[in-house]
Design a protein around this ligand. Structure first.
Ligand code: ATP
Ligand code: MG
Length: 377
């Protein structure tokens, strides 16, 4: 396991201070599956206060869940106080058997619910599914997230429970839906997951997401989103769902920065559906947006321009930003001796366009001549 040594150091330190500690959850699951480990969660009998005192670099993460973020040798660990009276109780209260495994400092497995067997059976199973799924309905969405990531099948009893309680997903907090949904659409078995999710009719009730059948069908046909940025994933999602712009992302409480980035990509994706890049559109889009748009075209199985070609089109633009324009507002005022006014903005826009399209060289003299010719100054 990547960073196992650091994790071991965290566990050892807690043990030296008289507490029990284990690596739990996804890290153990992924270790046994020989998949890359995303983040390492540690549980301990120490209370958050004790944890804070033992480690020098800590950050209170979530008082409600009694989690402290501990940094050891540059690696972050989420250290959570064991829920209930024992490790056993904590592990049994987790969502799925494959997520209920723990490792001690000697890398010995604690497996109280046959999680290891379910891993080899590729089975998503819950002990007491009725109780687990209703206690926290997010777990139902997590089931489909793990189908998508791992390609596992859902245990029959668990699936029956989901069918019975699917309406409860309406109550999940949107931020929690968002995290699981992103992981779901990035999974290698996305199609299987979406098919099962539609069968279970879970997709209608997920807060914030407006999933249509056609949208889901388009999402199923999309190439893999593995390794794609969050911005590209959300843009792809919006395109699939037929959204006109980024507005539906507001309901998902995504940051303004992400919303703005998605809006730009959607705008140029649409333009690009009609024709290839003109220098002026490429300039307006900027390189990163154009690369993402070509990436999105690839994801949607449209012909796309290679990264190298987009980059060389970008470098061959006469200028790459307004700051490189040879003329400024004060040049215009000085040379024309006219009064300040909105004409300056218009003239600069025109100058920018003339330079980018190659109609005019980027020099003050040429630009003044060209602007006078079209009565812009
Ligand atoms: P990832 O690899 O994406 O991090 P994960 O399984 O580790 O997947 P986390 O959200 O990091 O998911 O949660 C860590 C562990 O905490 C899980 O493996 C599981 O044991 C437990 N867990 C997380 N969310 C829930 C939940 N809603 N209900 C019950 N247990 C949960
Ligand atoms: Mg995790």
């Amino acid at each position: 396991m990547q960073h196992w040594q650091e994790a071991q150091a965290v566990i050892q330190t807690l043990k030296t201070n008289g507490y029990e500690a284990y690596v739990v959850g996804g890290a153990v699951r992924d270790l046994l599956l020989q998949r890359p480990v995303a983040d390492i969660d540690i549980v301990t009998t120490a209370k958050p206060n004790d944890v804070s005192q033992i480690f020098s670099s800590v950050h209170q993460l979530n008082t409600e869940h009694q989690t402290i973020l501990v940094k050891v040798k540059g690696i972050l660990f989420e250290v959570t106080t064991i829920k209930g009276s024992s490790l056993e109780e904590d592990l049994k209260a987790r969502d799925l058997t494959i997520n209920s495994l723990a490792l001690n400092e000697k890398e010995e497995l604690v497996d109280l619910v046959n999680g290891k067997q379910d891993l080899s059976l590729k089975l998503l199973r819950s002990v007491e599914p009725e109780r687990r799924m209703t206690e926290d309905p997010l777990r139902m969405l997590r089931v489909f997230r793990f189908v998508s990531e791992l390609g596992f099948v859902i245990d029959e009893q668990l699936l029956n429970t989901i069918n019975k309680h699917r309406g409860a997903v309406k109550e999940i907090a949107i931020e929690r839906v968002v995290k699981e949904w992103l992981k779901l659409i990035k999974g290698s078995y996305r199609n299987d997951s979406l098919t099962l999710m539609q069968k279970a009719k879970l997709h209608h009730s997920l807060p914030g997401l407006r999933l249509t059948s056609i949208g889901i069908q388009k999402l199923s046909m999309l190439r893999s989103l593995a390794g794609q940025s969050e911005i590209v994933c959300w843009t792809a999602y919006c395109i699939c769902m037929g959204h006109e712009d980024e507005k539906p992302l507001k309901r998902l409480a995504l940051s303004n920065q992400i919303q703005r980035a998605v809006k730009l990509r959607m705008k140029f994706y649409k333009l690009r559906l009609e024709k290839s890049w003109t220098p002026f559109e490429l300039y307006n889009a900027t390189l990163n947006v154009a690369l993402d748009v070509e990436n999105l075209r690839f994801l949607f199985n449209l012909t796309s321009i290679s990264k190298d070609n987009v980059s060389s089109m970008w470098t061959s633009l006469p200028i790459q930003s307004r700051t490189e324009l040879a003329i400024t507002g004060s040049d215009l005022l000085r040379i024309t001796r006219k009064e300040q006014g909105p004409w300056i903005r218009d003239a600069l826009n025109q100058a920018e366009r003339l330079v980018v399209t190659g109609e005019c060289p980027n020099s003050i003299e040429d630009l003044i001549k060209a602007l006078r010719r079209c009565e812009q100054c």
